[in-house]
Design a binder for this molecule. Structure first.
Ligand SMILES: *Cc1c(COP(=O)(O)O)cnc(C)c1O
Length: 454
């Protein structure tokens, strides 16, 4: 048994290091050490091929919601598996897709109602951009062809979503391939640069948006943003009131609001959807990551009747939305999503969040006291801890130091899996995390920062 496992591990390592190109990974760095091979999951833990357990501190890249290998979700998937694994939504429908569309229409904010499925957050965003673009073409306002987005925004890695992305490190090199978009400042960084407390930032940040909309609204089809918190840009919260102000500006200037809740959706910010916290209904809502509880690839773009009705016409009018993917609305994935929504009720997943959010807040307060930590940020169960070379001047470490990465590698030795964004240590556990486990994550970060930061 032991021997077989060792052989497998060695072979797997060899196969990986020789053939597998990992996402967002400098492969030279990757190949310099043996990979950690995760073989199983159990609740909030990942278990490697040697049986060592790690807390999943970033929800397997912001996806997992209720823990791994939950009987209810596994059961729903295998039940669907015994019916059919895939059937198309082009010209046909199937029970889980219809049931889930109805459930999503029920739970999504305001009058969002029409659900267009795809498989990843990036495609959910592509679809929102294409719908928003075509909406104005179909209504005859054909000059509205471009988009407004935010600096430090992240909406996925396909070229359309990169065109509305604002992270230079990831996006800049592709600029010759992208369509132009207008970019408003990242609200959090705007406040930081102007020395404004976040709670006074809504109005000046909204003004920076209005400057662009006032001048260019005739060209702008939609404003896409990650509501309440820019995730991949570095866990950057919005000033309270900013989202609501943006909604009002979009109304004033006839621009569709596209809320990308791929990261913040499904309870991560403390409410089922982030938009709820400011009473905002977007015209288009993008969902992904946590929609299946983090079990299978599925995404959804949901729009209002007002958007949908401008695609409703006789075929020859050519107002059809000509878009779809082979696995659009995959039945296994829809079944997992339905089971995940049931678990929100069964586990009372949202009701028990405030206590967890408070324990995380106190933990961050403690980390904030560590000398290299210049900033901590949190919305709900999403948090970032930023380390600096000189935290008083917010002077960063050099790129070559790889400090954030090193901290996360050290955290691993303490039995927790985390992933950094630059020098921001991201903490984003499943909603099913326990109070003790949150404390364990905080302690692992504290030790690692002590051990790694010069
Ligand atoms: C992760 C993410 C995406 C992209 O989702 P993928 O499934 O990785 O394509 C889009 N928007 C936001 C806000 C995200 O965090």
């Amino acid at each position: 048994m032991m021997k077989a496992t060792n052989i497998t591990k060695k072979q797997l390592t060899e196969y990986d290091l020789n053939h597998l190109w990992h996402p967002f990974t400098q492969m030279k760095e990757w190949c310099a050490q043996d990979p950690l091979i995760i073989e199983r999951g159990q609740g909030n833990y990942l278990i490697d091929i040697d049986g060592k357990r790690y807390l999943d501190g970033v929800s397997s890249l912001w996806a997992n919601i209720h823990g791994h290998c939950r009987r209810e979700i596994n059961g729903a998937i295998s039940q669907q598996l015994s019916m059919i694994s895939h059937s198309t939504l082009l010209g046909l429908t199937h029970p889980p897709a219809a049931l889930l569309a109805r459930r999503l229409a029920d739970i999504s904010p305001g009058d969002l109602r029409w659900v267009f499925y795809s498989e990843s957050g990036s495609t959910a965003v592509e679809i929102a951009l294409k719908i928003a673009f075509q909406y104005w073409q179909n209504t005859g306002r054909t000059s509205k062809k471009t988009f407004l987005c935010l600096r430090e925004g992240y909406h996925g890695d396909t070229l359309g979503s990169v065109s509305v992305g604002g992270i230079d490190l990831f996006h800049k090199i592709y600029s010759p391939l992208l369509f132009n978009s207008y970019k408003a400042p990242s609200p959090y960084l705007f406040c930081r640069e102007h020395g404004l407390p976040l709670d006074q930032g809504a109005e000046p940040c909204a003004q920076s948006v209005e400057q662009i909309l006032g001048q260019h609204h005739n060209e702008i089809a939609g404003f896409i943003l990650e509501p309440l918190l820019q995730g991949a840009g570095g866990i950057l919260p919005f000033p309270p009131g900013y989202l609501k102000a943006v909604r009002e500006l979009c109304n004033k200037y006839d621009v569709l609001l596209i809320a990308d809740e791929v990261a913040v959706g499904f309870g991560r910010t403390g409410t089922l959807f982030a938009c709820e916290q400011e009473g905002v209904t977007p015209d288009l809502l993008c969902l992904g990551k946590g929609i299946t509880g983090g079990y299978l690839p599925l995404a959804a773009t949901i729009c209002t009747d007002e958007v949908f009705r401008h695609f409703w016409a006789d075929y020859h009018e050519l107002k059809t939305f000509f878009h779809g993917h082979t696995y659009t609305g995959n039945p296994l994935a829809c079944a997992a999503a339905l089971a995940s929504l049931d678990l929100f009720e069964k586990d009372r997943a949202l009701e028990v969040l405030p206590e967890k959010i408070e324990v995380l807040r106190k933990g961050l307060e403690r980390l904030r006291q560590l000398p290299p930590v210049g900033d901590t940020r949190q919305v709900g169960l999403m948090a970032g801890v930023e380390v600096f070379k000189d935290p008083n001047k917010l002077e960063p470490y050099s790129l070559a130091d790889r400090i954030g990465h090193k901290v996360c590698m050290k955290v691993r030795e303490h039995g927790v899996i985390l992933r950094n964004l630059g020098d921001v240590i991201v903490i984003m556990p499943p909603l099913s995390i326990t109070l003790d486990e949150i404390t364990q994550i905080i302690e692992s970060v504290e030790m690692a920062i002590h051990e790694v930061c010069p």
